[in-house]
Design a protein around this ligand. Structure first.
Ligand code: DCP
Length: 228
């Protein structure tokens, strides 16, 4: 159905402002977020990929690489830039009925920044400054989503995928790091022990071979169709 049809439907329903149905696609490194987004490449869906290329080249500086080389020195620099680029994606307006984002400002804060702090790889003062920014941003901008799709994996599976895709900056990432990130995703999205979740969570089993994931991805179709 056309965008005009959707706009009409929202206006008729008395929507005060036209806001797309917003989905955050979350999951460990190598869980298949990019593959998921590619599956939903269609005219009604606004796909916003994570700007990894920008993180690898900020005026010639590879912040992602620096962070992996020396997290204590570069963790704050890198995560500050991640937070800025995610805010940019969150606040982009869209004329599409569905807006789908790879990750969110929330996983940056609740998984990656949290891990750096817990592992004492980030000085307490850096953590506090990032957290103050995060709290200010999330209280001054409306960036909550409508649905989180959690691509749930075993750390061992994504470790093999990460090695196979061989992104240069990740060459030294150990399995243990993926285990910690996995636990933080589980605590945030399923157990909800420390941080609250900004949207309902739909869990997909993303352990299968990425080429076989289509069937799993199709479970989201009815939800997206309802939003159109
Ligand atoms: N990263 C990070 N801190 C963040 C977000 C990402 O350190 N706040 C790092 C982890 C990875 C790289 O950036 O080294 C990209 O990670 P993602 O899991 O976001 O993206 P992938 O490309 O691994 O996703 P997938 O393979 O699921 O498509």
């Amino acid at each position: 159905r056309s965008t005009a049809h959707w706009l009409n439907k929202r206006v008729m329903a008395g929507a005060v402002s036209v806001k797309p149905f917003t989905v955050f696609v979350e999951g460990n490194i190598g869980s298949g977020k990019t593959t998921f987004l590619n599956h939903f490449a269609r005219p009604d869906v606004d796909l916003l990929s994570e700007p990894v290329d920008m993180w690898r080249n900020v005026e010639g500086h590879n912040l992602l690489g620096l962070m992996y080389e020396n997290p204590s020195r570069w963790g704050l620099t890198f995560q500050t830039y991640v937070q800025l680029t995610m805010l940019d994606l969150h606040t982009r307006t869209s004329t599409h009925p569905v807006k789908m984002m790879e990750r969110s400002i929330y996983s940056a804060r609740y998984c990656f920044v949290e891990n750096l702090a817990r592992e004492e790889l980030m000085p307490a003062a850096d953590y506090v400054v990032l957290d103050e920014w995060f709290k200010w941003i999330t209280s001054h901008f409306h960036i909550g989503g409508d649905l989180i799709v959690y691509l749930r994996t075993c750390p061992e599976v994504v470790f093999e995928r990460m090695k196979a895709r061989a992104r240069e900056e990740e060459s030294c990432v150990p399995l243990e790091y993926l285990r910690k990130l996995h636990k933080l995703h589980e605590d945030w999205l399923l157990n909800q022990t420390k941080f609250c979740c900004p949207a309902p969570v739909m869990v997909l089993d993303a352990n299968r071979d990425l080429s076989e994931m289509e069937e799993e991805f199709r479970k989201c179709e009815p939800i997206f169709s309802a939003a159109l």
